[in-house]
Design a protein. Structure first.
Length: 281
């Protein structure tokens, strides 16, 4: 596992293509972990005021790829991080390719974009990664897979860049990335839906809307934090809340009945996995 020293020891330039919510969160994490702003260039046609303000600290905004290293005095582009929308990548790729040399690693966080597609359009040593939106608060989970030509150093740098927004898991089989996208990439939406519907059910049970919304929101958030901190399995934590014959047991009898939440979740993940594979074609 890499640490912040990997970023601090970098000798080349990092180019971030796309500084929206996820790209911006990554950039914030890198700088917080000690990455020299002068070693970062951002390619973003519509930068937010927050991103534009970083130029005062030394971040280059929308530089010309030709001679970037010489202009900043930093040498080669060591890593290109691609955080553009997948549907825009083929068009954007032509503008990004000049940043890539044989020594450049290309780290993509785009859903459904394969290593083969990334190499075809940009070249370089490709790492494909799938983060999720809790990265915005440093609590994301990212799964990554590296092409065979990615060196140990390039993998360590990619790990450090991705770890700036949360934890990182590596897999060897790219075929797993569609299921990863379905579980963790899309997963926050399932949790937010739970909070949404829990609030609606509270309102239906007679609670005032504001109270039901607060109870649902804080219950989901607090339970998530308990799950994060506890070493117990989620099933054990569930059982610890459930007294035989009590109110929780009555509710779980419904949720675990027909069709059960388990069956619905299996169907949902299968649908998302199928869609991810379709987007990769």
């Amino acid at each position: 596992m890499a640490d912040s020293s990997t970023l601090q020891d970098m000798t080349g330039t990092i180019v971030l293509a796309g500084a929206g919510k996820m790209g911006g969160a990554m950039l914030t994490g890198w700088l917080a972990r000690g990455l020299d702003p002068r070693r970062v260039a951002v390619v973003e046609p519509f930068p937010s005021p927050e991103i534009s303000a970083l130029t005062a600290k030394g971040v280059a905004l929308n530089p010309d790829a030709k001679g970037l290293g010489d202009a900043k005095g930093l040498g080669h582009v060591e890593t290109l991080v691609v955080a553009v929308k997948p549907q825009s990548f083929r068009e954007a790729g032509a503008a990004l390719k000049p940043f890539v040399s044989a020594a450049t690693s290309v780290v993509s966080i785009m859903a459904g974009t394969t290593i083969a597609s990334l190499f075809e359009i940009c070249g370089g040593a490709v790492v494909r990664a799938m983060p999720n939106t809790p990265a915005a608060i440093g609590r994301g989970i990212t799964v990554a897979v590296a092409a065979k030509n990615v060196s140990a150093r390039q993998r360590a740098i990619a790990d450090a860049l991705l770890r700036a927004t949360g934890s990182v898991e590596w897999v060897e089989d790219e075929g797993l990335m569609d299921a990863v996208t379905a579980v963790s990439g899309s997963g926050p939406a399932y949790v937010f839906l739970l909070a949404e519907e829990l609030a609606r059910a509270g309102i239906a049970a007679g609670l005032p809307e504001a109270l039901a919304t607060k109870l649902a929101r804080e219950t989901v958030a607090g339970s998530g934090e308990l799950l994060h901190r506890s070493e117990l399995a989620s099933g054990v934590l569930r059982q610890n809340v459930t007294s035989p014959g009590g109110t929780t047991a009555a509710a779980l009898e419904v949720l675990m009945g027909e069709p059960s939440l388990r069956e619905l979740m299996i169907r949902a993940i299968a649908a998302a996995t199928k869609r991810s594979k379709e987007l990769a074609k």
